[in-house]
Ligand binder design. Sequence first.
Ligand code: SF4
Length: 330
Amino acid sequence: MSNEFLKIENLHIHYVTQEGTVKAVNGINLELEKGESLGLVGETGAGKTTTALGVLRLIPDPPGKIIDGNIYFEGKDVLDLTEEEMRKIRGNKVSMIFQDPMTSLNPVMTVGEQIAEVIEIHEDVTSAEAKEKSKEMLELVGIAGNRSNEYPHQFSGGMKQRVVIAIALACSPELLIADEPTTALDVTIQAQVLDLMKNLKEEFNTAMLLITHDLGVVAEACDKVAIMYAGEIVEFATIENLFTDPKHPYTVGLFGSIPNLEEEVDRLNPIKGLMPDPTELPSGCKFHPRCPHAEAICAEKQPGDTDVKENHRVRCFLYTGEVERKEEEK
Ligand code: SF4
């Protein structure tokens, strides 16, 4: 049992394929409070989407398997719930927005029908009431209610994503999981959709798990941030702590890869090397082949989580005193 709103403990998720076992999530721990927004940041293949699908118990099995760990939602471990109990949670208490609105919407149903369908499944309402509420939801995301009889192809990309948000919020979920919700959109539309999500989240006091590879998006929309690398959370902090004082060498590398308009530099300082193959992860700290501070211990032993201050923890031997920081090469 746990009293936290969402608490993930030591979660391990693998995919067993003919090419080998993909170790997608490797012992992650994280907490989210009611109404709070957490950004899950990492490169493609870091395990972000697998973590989110794990929360909803939507890992395709086979080939996926939750190997170990607990996912407590409102005190109950979702891994112990029946499929019937899970169905009540999905869409009702927890909703998910996927990256590509084109593939999330049904092309042969009107947008109004798609919103009303969700309302009818999860709430005790008549079809007429659901239809009326679907118009209200459209208005809420900035689309005229009288467009509810139109089909997805009659909307632009940004508007389609608004419809997807309306569907996700139709049953006032307590937790919204948004997987790269703005990646498929133009930059100007991205900002509008992010603002919309932020406002709706505040209005309904919805907690949000926002998956992204973009630190700018996180700064815009989140209270806390978890940095993922090779299926692990290597740093967890409030937005302020992470942006003013990043600790993990991977996080520092991520910031070094972003152009800063206030600083004139000859060239950016990207992280050397590539993310490891998830079927053949390195021993010890998974970041050691790319880390400028790595020492022998980093390849031998896996670092644990160290609290560097309140609401800021990091998985690195630099903060246990077992490795000394080296002067970084320019
Ligand atoms: Fe680098 Fe070692 Fe820290 Fe890993 S544990 S990030 S290799 S210093």
